[in-house]
Every structure is written in C-alpha cells, then in structure tokens.
Write a protein that binds this ligand. Structure first.
Ligand code: C5P
Length: 232
C-alpha cells in the first residue's frame, strides 16, 4: 500500500532519523510530548523481533523463520507508573533486554532482511493517529512516511555518540569501555548505511542537525521550529 492510501493520510507526521546515539530517542520523545503527538520508536520493533528470535533460539541466518517470528511477535508500548516508557514483547516487559548491545546488534542484522522490513511497514504506519505522530528511526522519512511534512536527520560524531552511550551504560552499572563502544557504533553505522534495503541516509527533504556539543533543549527547540516557526 502506498503511503498516500494508508490510514490517516491527513495526520501530521514528523520523522526523526539518524544513527544510534545521535540523540534521536531523547529528542523525539521530548518533541512528541511538547506537541502532544504520538511517538513511534521504530527501533524497538526491530529490537523486539531480535529478542523474540533469541527467546526461540532462532538462527540469524534463517530468513524464513525470522520472517515468521516478525509476524508472530506482538509488541506493546506503555508507560510505567513512574512514567518510564516500557516495551512488552509477547506480553512480557522486555525493556531492559531490548536496550542491550546484543539486542541492538541482532536488530541491526535482522533489519537488513527485506521481508522483515516489509512485514513491519504497515505496523509502523498504523501509529499515524490524530493529532500527530513523531516517528523515530532510520527510514522514517525515506520509506515509511515519505510524504511527512516535517523531516529531521540527526547526526553527531561517532566519538560523542560513544561517549553518550558510555555514560548511559555507566549510570546503569554496566561495565564497558569507550573504545569498545566506539568500535560497535562504527560497525553498526556501516551495516545500517550500506545495506541494500532502506539504508540509513537523510531524505532529500530532511533538515540535517548535527547535535555534537549541543544541549538537548537547543535541539528540541530547533526541531519544534520546523513545525510552527521560531515564534511558537
Ligand atoms: O534505533 P535503535 O538503535 O533502537 O535501532 C536498532 C537497530 O534497528 C538499528 O541499528 C537498525 O539496524 C534497525 N532499525 C532500522 N530501521 C528503523 C529503526 C531501527 O533498520 N526504522
């Protein structure tokens, strides 16, 4: 189905794409909250499939089984009592497992399979509900919502992204090295950017914002300006 014939073609969409660690998740959530719009964490869908595949001990080279797993995996989003976003995979709260480097690497491998991507396409478009949607991912502006009125592509230097990830993991008590994280980030970027289907790249009509050295609030303000101009 073409996006123009998809559900709610008149509902406003803002796409926020970029590599991991570019600040997409934080910025997208804040922008969605500020606008009072829905939020789609598309990476969580790929991570959920990867985690469900792990639970079933599937081989990451078994494409047919992974496609079946994609169709069979139910993913639910809800906020905890403390307002923390939680992700349910087949009814089980898998938020912490989803955020691991292992799940990220498996998601990136699974995301290179065209049949897995197309199995998730309509599920992502179904998030387009009034009054609007902020969609965060790699191909939101290029493939899933090509007609979106507002498109952003966030970048940051690989070093800064490794450092941000390092701080996040350290706060959680996970022991990692910046060097190791940097290597993983560079490898994942290369895989995401060089895959044949929906490679990571800015849509031609996306506004590219380099978040290196910028405070979160500054980036949020710039993104919000795209929706309603600087005088909001
Ligand atoms: O954004 P996040 O790091 O959670 O995404 C995990 C992986 O899922 C990415 O490395 C990427 O390979 C894949 N992904 C994708 N398309 C999206 C979102 C995520 O291919 N729209």
């Amino acid at each position: 189905m073409d996006e123009t014939t998809a559900a709610n073609p008149d509902v406003d969409v803002m796409t926020i794409d970029g590599p991991s660690g570019s600040g997409k998740g934080t910025i997208s959530r804040l922008v969605a909250a500020r606008l009072g719009w829905h939020y789609l964490d598309s990476g969580a869908l790929y991570r959920a499939v990867a985690v469900a595949a792990g639970w079933s001990s599937l081989d990451l080279s078994d494409v047919a089984a992974l496609v079946r797993c994609t169709h069979a995996t139910e993913v639910g989003f809800r906020d905890s009592a403390e307002g923390e976003p939680r992700v349910l995979v087949n009814g089980i709260d898998a938020t912490d497992e989803l955020r691991t480097e292992t799940a990220g690497a498996a998601a990136s491998a699974i995301a290179a399979i065209p049949e897995v991507r197309s199995a998730l396409t309509e599920r992502q478009r179904a998030f387009r509900q009034p009054p609007g949607l902020v969609a965060d991912g790699r191909d939101m502006g290029t493939v899933i919502f090509p007609q979106a009125a507002h498109k952003v592509f966030l970048t940051a230097s690989a070093e800064e992204r490794a450092e941000r990830r390092y701080k996040q993991l350290k706060d959680k008590g996970v022991s990692v090295t910046i060097g190791g994280l940097l290597q993983e980030i560079v490898a994942r970027d290369a895989r995401d950017a060089n895959r044949a289907v929906a490679p990571l790249r800015p849509a031609p009509d996306a506004v590219v914002i380099d978040t290196t050295g910028l405070a979160v609030e500054v980036v949020v303000a710039r993104v919000l300006e795209l929706v309603s101009g600087p005088h909001r």
